[in-house]
Design a protein around this ligand. Structure first.
Ligand code: NAD
Ligand code: UGA
Length: 476
């Protein structure tokens, strides 16, 4: 991969995941004069990026990758050559919650980041700009600079923080039209030169006023704070959903009423069975841990409550299912529609569905699962990974995976909507009702179905933050 300077700039990205893949595809698409090489330690992941079946599903991603792959976008396991060739190196490796040792269950595990930094330091053939794309605890750049600059060849590295704000399911549009691009760097001359070089890349498609520059620590911290604020809104409205269910208020009406106040705004006020995804919980726990480390227990407790409320919401949903189905679901079949943590993605990390399933299985329900994008192998893997099966039971004893939603609900006692896929709004629920055990229950964990219509069909309908009793016909 010897550089013939055919391009104006060479970029490498370590980590070909949900962030690395789409982000680099968008850079390549907007900057034909830049060569972008994405590397990963997992060869299977790289071969999928080089195939017709990409490792992740995102609307618009397939087309974009096909357009630029092999022209100025490359996927390879040859990290050394990519690093040597690059001027800018993004590090977009996973930073999950630490599962052992000090800070277990809360602190971010920086093992992958440090290994990446050590590798860059070892193989680099000259000065490089290393960019934190992963979400990291504030002040990580300090440790990383020490690791990078500890090489014995006197090579100096500049570190930038450039957190990613894309959401899954809308990654391509978020990257093409970002609300803002944040670049944190040092105030030194070299630091500012590095900031400007990265700015030059984004300027190819992002309007100048949307590119904001800050010091390193503000940039690192802003990413954690953005996720904490977003998740906090969901926990706030979910806490109110419980109050709605007991007072006769309707949470969607409350959301609408408060969201029209321009100071509050109407986004992220959709009450649900609980937020999922790989980052909200991980990043809040990371923030909580940092606050504790900096001796700010009140701040830590404040943010921790966002996660506590989310766990409670998931539990509340499953307990509502048990309660409404006459306090026993043993041997009853519950059809879960949706398994992804949100619509338009096949990602199941920290999905509310796995926690609800676990609680229903504890009650010895049988579960059938249908999701339009999640592969059967992934679902099996998740039950194993999250240890969601009761002791002494096997997956096939209790769970079936359906490839057709009508098959999933056949013979079921209840339907539970777990993900807000659009197609769930338009099913032939009369046909589903006819094939189910009676009384047939409908639990809408996303408030997307037409509840009045379902009731007219004959379902007993329960939704999040809806005044149940007024919805239910007393005669049934
Ligand atoms: P991911 O698990 O999908 O991808 C990470 C990839 O990095 C994996 O393929 C892994 O094999 C690879 N990797 C690990 N160590 C490596 C190394 N030393 N060298 C090369 N490759 C290595 O993770 P993701 O969802 O893309 O998240 C990456 C980071 O971005 C995390 O810090 C996350 O918090 C943050 N983030 C994620 C999202 C999102 O929507 N998923 C959005 C914004 C920010
Ligand atoms: C979130 C943030 O939105 C991104 O800005 C951030 O970059 C990303 O985390 C990250 O750091 O990983 P993502 O988790 O992909 O993105 O998806 P969201 O749209 O934020 O949804 C997260 C969860 O909250 C989903 O389970 C979703 O269903 C739920 N949600 C969202 C609600 O329950 N109600 C809402 O009103 C919005």
């Amino acid at each position: 991969m010897a550089s013939e300077q055919k391009f104006d700039c060479y970029i490498a990205c370590l980590g070909a995941g949900y962030v690395g893949g789409p982000t680099m595809a968008v850079i390549a698409k907007n900057c034909p004069n830049i060569k972008v090489t994405v590397v990963d330690i997992n060869p299977v992941q790289i071969s999928k990026w080089n195939s017709d079946h990409l490792p992740i599903y995102e609307p618009g991603l397939d087309e974009m990758v096909k357009e630029v792959r092999g022209k100025n976008l490359f996927f390879t396991t040859d990290s050394e050559s990519a690093i040597k060739e690059a001027e800018l190196i993004f590090v977009s490796v996973n930073t999950p919650t630490k599962m052992h040792g000090v800070g277990a269950g809360r602190a971010a595990n920086l093992k992958n980041w440090e290994l990446a930094a050590r590798f860059i330091s070892k193989v680099a053939n000259g000065p490089k700009i290393v960019i934190e794309k992963s979400t990291l605890p504030v002040r990580t750049a300090h440790s990383m600079r020490r690791v990078l600059n500890s090489n014995d060849r006197g090579i100096k590295f500049e570190i930038l923080s450039n957190p990613e704000f894309l959401a899954e399911g809308t990654a391509i549009s978020d990257l093409m039209q970002p609300d803002r691009v944040l670049i944190g760097g040092e105030s030194t001359e070299e630091g500012q030169k590095a900031v400007n070089r990265l700015k030059w890349v984004y300027q190819k498609w992002v309007p100048e006023p949307k590119i904001i520059t800050t010091n390193l620590w503000s940039s690192e911290l802003s990413k954690l704070v953005a996720n904490a604020f977003l998740a906090q809104r969901i926990s706030s409205i979910n806490s109110i959903s419980a109050l709605c269910e007991t007072t006769g208020a309707d949470v969607d009406e409350v959301s609408r009423a408060i969201g029209m106040d321009s100071r509050i705004g109407n986004k992220f006020l959709q009450s649900s069975v609980g937020f999922g995804g790989s980052c909200f919980q991980k990043d809040i726990l990371n923030l909580v841990y940092l606050c504790e480390c900096f001796n700010l227990p009140e701040v830590a407790a404040y943010w921790n409550q966002v996660v506590v409320m989310n766990d409670w919401q998931k539990k509340r949903f499953s307990m509502k299912i048990v309660d409404k189905m006459f306090n026993t679901i043993a041997g009853k079949k519950i059809a879960m529609l949706g398994f992804a943590f949100k619509k338009n993605t096949g990602d199941t990390r920290e999905t509310a569905a796995i926690y609800v399933a676990q609680q229903l299985l504890e009650e010895r329900a049988a579960i059938s699962i249908y999701d339009p994008k999640v592969e059967a192998d992934q679902i099996r893997h998740d039950f194993d990974e999250y240890k969601a099966l009761p002791a002494n039971t096997a997956f096939d004893d209790l769970i079936t995976i359906a490839t057709d939603p009508y098959e999933a609900v056949k013979g079921a006692h209840a339907i539970a909507i777990m993900t807000e896929w659009d197609e769930f709004k338009n099913y032939d629920y009369e046909r589903m009702f006819a094939s189910m055990n009676k009384p047939a229950f409908f639990f809408d964990g996303r408030n997307i179905a037409d509840h009045a219509k379902l009731q007219a069909i004959g379902f007993d309908v329960y939704a999040i933050g809806k005044p149940y009793d007024s919805l239910i016909n007393m005669d049934r």
